[in-house]
Design a protein around this ligand. Structure first.
Ligand code: RB5
Length: 144
């Protein structure tokens, strides 16, 4: 299961990414928003982050830039949300950071790049090895 959410700034891109994922047979749950009416992105980031953290799954968050969504999602224990801009950042968010949520911008990212990033994010495994130790250190910061 992949949880997806956006604010008004990411709504249109979210709808297109949903279609893309459905066509690819990916099971998704849309946490909102459901129109271009202005809303507060932390509410959606929080809801998606809680779902991801409690079900050991992945999430996709889209706002105007992806910045607010990523900042908010990373406040939730167990979430490693990566703000990505291209195939390279999406790949290494998985390989080195074991990111479980990807964030990007509806106003900054084109549809084809977004599709490419989502594909890579969902398919690329964590490299482990030395990165395991580093990710563990990140997660230990939640206990301070
Ligand atoms: C909303 O206008 C905008 O601030 C939001 O979508 C996002 O870009 C925040 O980081």
């Amino acid at each position: 299961m992949v949880f997806i959410g956006s604010d008004h700034g990411g709504f249109e891109l979210k709808e297109k990414i949903k279609e893309f994922l459905k066509e690819g047979g990916v099971e998704i749950e849309d946490i909102g928003c459901f129109s271009t009416e202005s809303i507060d992105y932390p509410d959606i980031a929080h809801a998606v982050a809680l779902k991801v953290a409690s079900s050991n799954s992945k999430g996709i968050l889209i706002c105007g830039t992806g910045i607010g969504m990523s900042i908010a999602a990373n406040k939730v224990k167990g979430v490693r949300c990566a703000l990505c801009h291209d195939a390279y950042t999406a790949e290494f968010a998985r390989r080195h950071n074991d990111a479980n949520v990807i964030a990007f911008g509806g106003r900054t990212t084109g549809l084809e790049i977004a599709k490419q990033m989502v594909n890579i994010f969902l398919k690329t495994p964590f490299d482990g090895g030395r990165h395991e130790r580093r990710v563990k250190k990140i997660m230990e910061l939640e206990e301070i």
